[in-house]
Structure formats: C-alpha cells, structure tokens
Design a protein around this ligand. Structure first.
Ligand SMILES: *Cc1c(COP(=O)(O)O)cnc(C)c1O
Length: 360
C-alpha cells in the first residue's frame, strides 16, 4: 500500500492522531483490574457524564462491548429480539449464543435500519413453558448494513417504550452513535435516554487505535465488568490506550461532519456514473453502499481495478460495494476516487481479483 492510497474500506482504518500519541505517552496509569488506572477512570467518567448514564466501562472492542452487555442482561435460554441485519446477529460469530446461551429472535430490518415496533411487540413471548423468556431488545444506531442510516430520537424513545412496557431491557449497538448524533444534530445522550445500555466505538470514525465504551446504570456496569473479566478483557495499564479515547471524544466528534459531507459527495459523484446505482439522499453519515449494474464486471473486479488505481474499497454483498469515509480521506481525495472510478469503469473489468481481500 503506497502513501497516497485512499483507503475507504472502513472507518476502522483511521490511525491515531499526533495528539493521541502524545496523550498516550504522557498518560498516568495503574492496574485497571484493581480499578486503579486514573486515565481509564477518567475516560469512563467523562463518557458516563457525556451520555448521562450512571457509569461506563472501557472494553477492548465493539464486539466485546455488545457481548458483555447482552450477557449482562440475559441468562442462558433467554431470548433477544434484534434485526436480521444487525451487526450483533451477522458479524459477531453469534457470540451471545455460543458463549451465553442467548437465543436470538431476528426480525426483518427495514431499509432505514429500524425494526417494526408492532412486530417487536407481537414477537415478545407469552409466559408459557414452551417458550424462551424474551428479555432484551437490541437496536443499532447508526445502522451499518442499512448504509449508516440514523435512527431518530422518536424511534429510539418508542423502542424503549415497547421494551419497558413488556419488562424487556433495551440495548443500543452504538458503534457509530456519535455519527448519528452529529448527523441528527442532537446530543448523543438524548438518543440513549431510554436505553438501558449502549456500546460505542472509539476506534472507528473517532480514530482511537483501540477500544469501545459501554454505558448503563451502576448495577449493569458492575455486571458488565465481571463479564468483561470472564471474556478475557480485564486489562492492566489500559490508560495507555484510554488516553487516546479521551482525545477521541473531546477532539474528534465534531469533525465527523466532514466524513459525512465526503460520503455524500462520493455518492453524488457515483450517481452520475454509468453502471453505478446509488441514492445520495440516503447517505446520512460516513457509509456509502452502491450497486454495480454491469454484466461485464463483478464487484470483485471493480474493487481490484480500483486497488490498482490506488483506491481501496470492498465488495459487500450481491452486486453491492461499500465505501466508508474517515479522517484519512479528504474532499480532494474524493475527486481522485471519482476519477479512478471513471477510468476503471471505462476499462471493462478483467482486473486480477486474487488481490482483493474482504474486511469486516
Ligand atoms: C464495527 C461494529 C461493531 C464491532 O466493533 P469491533 O470493534 O470491530 O469489534 C459492532 N457494531 C457495529 C454496528 C459495528 O459497525
């Protein structure tokens, strides 16, 4: 990969900023399993305050955050309602089932990333010895597979209302909740007002090298802390990486608007090209899914051709590819990407597909 490669495979490719590296070098640290790492403790209290929850917990990844959360809400044999395109359902190895015996009840995901709440209501099990006990509703905001769509405040509140009316907890997979908050111009805490727990990534658009945070009430976070330990996620001088997380939440949130504008610009440019189908109006945050509509070229061939032209993006599913803008990609880069597309689409496929690797 050369220095001027434009990497749109994911916002996870973002590298820590110079300020993050400085903060990491200077961070006071201690043993976080003893609760003695001042930098981890500071990050956790800042996030709890920002999201208006009682407590927060620093974890190694979004996957660990979701898993520790689900296992803190559900016992073995409990049922969790979630979307059939949810990251928890599709892309986390079924960990809550494999490790926690939690039974997933996938419902159809609407194109805007929501679940039909009437269907959620009617899917909640009656008290009957034939059935598992439904104890959790999990939703995702922004919704990754729906193309980074934002679930608005009214929907978040309504989902909490359905869950709580039926004695369920509400978990929010908020890997990109900060993106939703910026795009909707609303405080992230407001989106989580009815949530019993949420997991948010520091290492995607916010650019930290490692880590996620989960939030909830003190009892939940106490259980999640035990769960993190059994999952192997109790770490020691974690302040070294939490320090970058503090820079991420204080310095890197507002600039997500640039990623969103670049994603929209990319979608608008792609919409002009023959052989590409995309609706720029549906691009609300940093993710662009677009369809390749040509018989003589596969998404893998397009991806390989772009790679030769210095642009990385992955085939997604069916005829779709995915591009995700990030802090390493400028508005000028988007112009270069669109030029590369025009050239590769003109050159009629045939590129070497063995060079393409798929990333999550
Ligand atoms: C990336 C992602 C996760 C998992 O985060 P990792 O840090 O990669 O484990 C969870 N949910 C959603 C919606 C994501 O996009």
């Amino acid at each position: 990969m050369t220095n001027n490669t434009i990497d749109l495979r994911s916002d996870t490719v973002s590298k820590p900023t110079a300020e993050m590296r400085k903060a990491m070098a200077a961070a006071p640290v201690g043993d976080d399993v003893y609760g003695e790492d001042p930098t981890v403790n500071r990050l956790e209290s800042m996030v709890a305050e920002m999201l208006e929850k009682e407590a927060a917990l620093f974890v190694s990844s979004g996957t660990m955050g979701n898993l520790a959360s689900v296992l803190s809400h559900c016992g073995r044999g409990d049922e969790m309602i979630l979307g059939d395109l949810a990251h928890i359902y599709l892309s986390e190895q079924g960990g809550s089932s494999a490790l926690g015996g939690v039974h997933p009840r996938p419902l159809p995901t609407a194109p805007d990333g929501t679940l039909d709440l009437d269907l959620v209501q009617s899917s909640i099990r009656a008290d009957d010895e034939h059935y598992p006990r439904t104890s959790l509703l999990a939703i995702e905001n922004t919704h990754n597979r729906a193309g980074g769509r934002c679930l608005p405040v009214e929907y978040m509140d309504a989902a909490g209302e359905v869950a709580h009316r039926n004695g369920l907890k509400l978990h929010v997979d908020g890997a990109r909740l900060w993106n939703a908050a910026v795009a909707l111009n609303v405080a992230p805490a407001r989106l989580l007002q009815e949530a019993d727990s949420a997991s948010l990534c520091l290492s995607k658009g916010l650019g930290a090298p490692v880590g996620s945070v989960i939030v909830g009430d003190s009892d939940f976070v106490k259980r999640a802390r035990r769960m993190r330990k059994i999952l192997g996620g109790g770490t020691r001088q974690a302040g070294i990486i939490a320090a970058a997380g503090i820079v991420a939440i204080t310095e890197m949130v507002e600039r997500l608007a640039d990623d969103h504008a670049n994603a929209r610009k990319l979608a608008e440019g792609l919409a002009e090209l023959d052989g590409i189908s995309v609706d720029p109006d549906l691009v609300e945050t940093d993710i662009v899914y677009f369809e390749l509509c040509r018989d003589d070229m596969t998404p893998a061939q397009l991806s390989a051709g772009l790679k030769e032209a210095g642009v990385l993006m992955n085939p997604a599913y069916a005829r779709f590819l995915r591009a995700v803008t990030n802090v390493g990609v400028s508005s000028d880069d988007i112009d270069r990407v669109l030029d590369a597309f025009a050239r590769v689409l003109d050159s009629q496929g045939g590129a070497d597909v063995s060079a393409v690797r798929k990333y999550g």
